[in-house]
Design a binder for this molecule. Structure first.
Ligand code: PEP
Length: 232
């Protein structure tokens, strides 16, 4: 079964979260999860959705202002967390080392993890895509290896929020490469929309999607989930 995760980034407070979750019906044959901002996690959990956080700290507690730990997420009923999203890497100094630490801590507490990797446009155009992916994936692999609750999201940075998607062939190649390094399910992320979801999701080694912008509306998120459900 494919996994479709909606990364809401810094959109939707508790009120809008409740409205979305009450209106959203997960189609049969797909697993859909929503990833609201921290403040809206409780509202999403109470609405009965499967909920992931957008990040998680590696310590259980401590003097880490602004951070949230795995035990705190578990207490709320959160099922997992995204780690290493390119926006965290780009704007908040996230490194391969901190992504690995977050992954290990979350899995150690029985949270599921979607660990994000992906190359920038400059890296792709200068022929460094495989090197970048190798460094990102191996850092997770060295820290924890393949784990039942671990999923990787391949998100080419140049395709996130840009309306530009990887071609089906680019996605297939990158996913096969990631899986050759770490044998876990791999989601594709980067401007997945209702009109391109079926093609991307039907590629070999594409085990689901991490969706940003199109996960904010019930209609478009549902359409992507339906596309995923129609592909075995
Ligand atoms: C994301 O936030 O992970 C993402 C892929 O965003 P978008 O679908 O908007 O490109």
């Amino acid at each position: 079964m494919k996994l479709v995760a909606g990364n809401w980034k810094m959109f939707k407070g508790p009120g809008e979260t409740r409205e979305f979750c009450q209106a959203f019906r997960m189609p049969q044959g797909v697993e859909a999860v929503v990833c609201p901002p921290y403040l809206s996690l409780a509202a999403a959990v109470e609405s009965g959705q499967t909920v992931f956080a957008q990040n998680v700290h590696w310590a259980d507690h401590g003097a880490y202002t602004g951070e949230v730990s795995a035990p705190m997420l578990l207490e709320l009923g959160v099922a997992g967390a995204i780690v290493g999203h390119s926006e965290r890497r780009q704007y908040f100094g996230e490194s391969d080392e901190t992504v690995a630490r977050r992954t290990v801590a979350a899995l150690g507490h029985d949270l599921r993890v979607i660990a994000c990797v992906g190359e920038s446009l400059e890296e792709r155009e200068s022929g460094q895509m495989e090197l970048v992916l190798r460094l990102q994936v191996e850092s997770i692999c060295d820290a924890i290896g393949a784990h039942d609750a671990l999923t990787v999201a391949y998100e080419p940075v140049w395709a996130i929020g840009t309306g530009r998607t990887a071609t089906a062939e680019q996605a297939r190649e990158a996913h096969a490469f990631v899986k050759s390094l770490l044998d876990v399910p791999v989601l594709y992320g980067g401007s997945v929309k209702p009109d391109n979801a079926a093609e991307l999701l039907s590629q070999e080694d594409v085990d689901g999607a991490l969706v940003g912008g199109a996960s904010l509306e019930v209609e478009s998120f549902t359409a992507i989930c339906q596309a995923a459900a129609g592909i075995s």
